[in-house]
Design a protein around this ligand. Structure first.
Ligand SMILES: NC(=O)c1ccc[n+]([C@@H]2O[C@H](COP(=O)([O-])OP(=O)(O)OC[C@H]3O[C@@H](n4cnc5c(N)ncnc54)[C@H](OP(=O)(O)O)[C@@H]3O)[C@@H](O)[C@H]2O)c1
Length: 262
């Protein structure tokens, strides 16, 4: 018996990193998983991994910053698997071009970054919540934020703004839909070794990214960056029935990184 037997789950950003780990874990626990991301090759690879392990999944190429694509993702999930129970809205982009001073961004960069990392989460919730309400059987949503959304992030203001916005969206929706049996929580991620963070290490120390990881690890009380599975496990817990009384929560998963400031 798995915790997600008979459940249908959407995982955005399921083609890589934390989302991939979550898609694999949800499937291991019995869920039918709709994997969403833009990269067909990586999406198909995750799908094959799940199927090889005996799980049930589908992949849909989706740009979560586009309303019609997100609408179609939810429609296709229901067509394929009959319903929707949980969503892990986890996709995001850390565009290398957006590492700069706050005054140096163009309006186009602002719009693109916020569309990719904030509007995308709102769009996912918009169509997922509508489906939950149609079914009238409750539901659970987990949105991925970041410790950068809790405070300022020098030279990364747009990412910080988007991730802070994710917390506002999460808590507002949690308040609005709690009475309908729908829970909405945020996973506030610290540093996890994924292609996204490896990109940051390469940018900080192009000749030896390992030194950048060591620098990160020294700031983390647990002495290391996290494994994507350690973030995914928390997303699963928040989606599971064990967390039935948890909503509107921002669960910080950061190896203690921000504990001294909270
Ligand atoms: N790793 C960390 O240290 C860390 C720290 C704090 C927060 N986070 C957050 O954790 C989440 C997962 O990141 P990760 O570290 O696992 O990064 P990752 O390995 O780069 O994965 C990002 C995922 O998002 C997808 N994605 C990006 N833009 C998309 C779009 N417009 N439409 C659909 N899918 C899109 C990518 O898929 P495609 O390329 O296939 O589109 C990919 O699957 C993100 O929200 C990130 O901000 C990560």
């Amino acid at each position: 018996m798995g915790r997600f037997d008979q459940k249908v789950v959407v995982v955005t950003g399921g083609t890589s990193g934390i989302g991939r780990a979550a898609a694999l874990a949800f499937a291991r626990e019995g869920a039918a998983v709709m994997i969403a991301g833009r990269n067909e090759e990586r999406g198909s690879a995750v799908l094959r991994e799940i199927e090889a392990a005996g799980g049930t999944a589908a992949f849909r190429s989706t740009d979560v910053s586009r309303a019609e694509a997100v609408d179609a993702l939810v429609v296709e999930t229901v067509r394929r698997f009959g319903r929707l129970d949980c969503a892990f809205n986890n996709a995001a982009n850390l565009d290398a071009g957006t590492f700069k001073g706050t005054a140096d961004f163009s309006e186009t960069e602002f719009d693109r970054h916020l569309a990719q990392n904030l509007k995308s989460v709102w769009l996912c919730m918009k169509y997922e919540l509508a489906q939950f309400l149609r079914q009238n059987t409750g539901g659970a949503i987990v949105n991925t934020s970041s410790v950068n959304g809790l405070g300022g992030a020098p030279h990364n203001a747009l990412y910080a703004a988007a991730k802070a916005g994710v917390l506002g969206l999460t808590k507002s929706a949690a308040l609005e839909y709690a009475g309908r049996g729908i829970r909405v929580n945020a996973l506030v991620a610290g540093a996890f070794r994924t292609p996204m963070l490896e990109g940051v290490f390469s940018r900080l120390a192009p000749d030896n990214p390992v030194t950048a990881e060591e620098m990160y690890a020294r700031q983390i009380p647990t002495g290391r960056v996290g494994r994507p599975e350690e973030a995914a496990d928390v997303a699963l817990w928040l989606c599971s029935d064990v967390a039935s009384y948890v909503t509107g929560h921002s669960m910080i998963v950061d190896g203690g990184l921000t504990a001294s400031m909270r």
